[in-house]
Write a protein that binds this ligand. Structure first.
Ligand code: ADP
Ligand code: MG
Length: 276
């Protein structure tokens, strides 16, 4: 679909959002099952292949864990999906029809792919509630005028997200006063305000306490289904808690993929990653 066609779809859907219905994001065709197709992706930096003929599909609504040693290409893969890095070879499709190579980073975000970076970037001088409100207003699908007060449906959505991210009691607090883990949740909440179909989380529990890590595991599991979620993490306790299908990246391509127990027992995986 062209960018212009997508904008048309978007302006048509804003009425639905204001009527309070769950906005499923613009037309992502998942009739064949997968929401993301990477096929033969290669990214070379000065001849070094950070991704090397990487092929991967993510099903609609699935929670996928990606593990692998440092330098395996996990972050580069997210850079390709979000349009930050353009592959030297291969194709990346969002659903059946949206060719990510034809979209800018902003258009990819708008199409329904949300990404959380490692460092939280919340508005420290605004309250938790205001951060979610600002994230919603930044989404032009939902609101054309920045000044208008949030509608009933929008307030409901903010409260729903506050509960989901375990910050229901912290709505009035300044974001700057939250713990590191709470800021990470708030940032996930800000992404959720834009109703992404696919969420990419790069090392979401880095720096968290054990309790925060387990709560983040719950959060990831509650997002799946409603959204497709791809989580890159090194914390194996966390991965073991949430894992359905695990993909192991090594030297820019898929080394192994399957249920956690199968992947963990794979001698090649033990050799390059788990055994160290
Ligand atoms: P991971 O996230 O799995 O640790 P990365 O995707 O960050 O791995 O990096 C994969 C490889 O690509 C690493 O060897 C890294 O040094 C290299 N790399 C990543 N980004 C760049 C870049 N912009 N320029 C040069 N090399 C890069
Ligand atoms: Mg990385």
């Amino acid at each position: 679909m062209s960018a212009a066609a997508m904008r048309t779809v978007d302006s048509g859907s804003s009425g639905i959002a204001q009527a309070g219905m769950r906005l499923a994001g613009p037309n992502v065709d998942t009739t064949h099952g997968p929401i993301l197709y990477l096929d033969g992706i290669t990214v070379a930096f000065d001849g070094f292949k950070a991704l090397n003929d990487l092929s991967l599909t993510i099903d609609d609504g699935e929670l996928r864990c990606i593990i692998g040693p440092n330098g395996a290409g996990k972050t580069t893969m997210m850079d390709v999906i979000t349009g930050k890095t353009r592959p030297d070879a291969g194709t990346a499709f969002f659903g059946q029809t949206i060719d990510l190579s034809q979209l800018t980073e902003a258009e990819i975000a708008h199409a329904g792919i949300g990404r959380k970076f490692q460092k939280p970037t919340v508005f420290e001088r605004h309250s938790v509630f205001e951060n979610l409100e600002l994230a919603m207003k930044a989404d032009k699908r939902v609101r054309a005028t920045i000044d208008a007060r949030p509608s009933r449906a929008e307030l409901d959505r903010i409260v729903e997200v506050l509960v989901l991210i375990h910050l229901a009691a912290e709505g009035d607090r300044l974001a700057g006063s939250l713990s590191h883990g709470q800021k990470q949740w708030l940032e996930i909440g800000m992404l959720l305000m834009q109703e992404p179909r696919l969420l990419l989380l790069d090392e979401p529990v880095a720096g968290m306490t054990d309790e925060e890590t387990m709560r983040t595991a719950e959060l990831c599991m509650s997002l799946a289904g409603q959204h497709s979620v791809v989580v890159v993490e090194h914390d194996m306790d966390f991965i073991a808690r949430i894992a359905r299908t695990v993909t192991v990246l090594h030297e820019g391509s898929v080394l192994a993929e399957g249920p956690m127990d199968v992947v963990q027992a794979d001698p090649r995986v033990i050799e390059v990653y788990l055994g160290r």
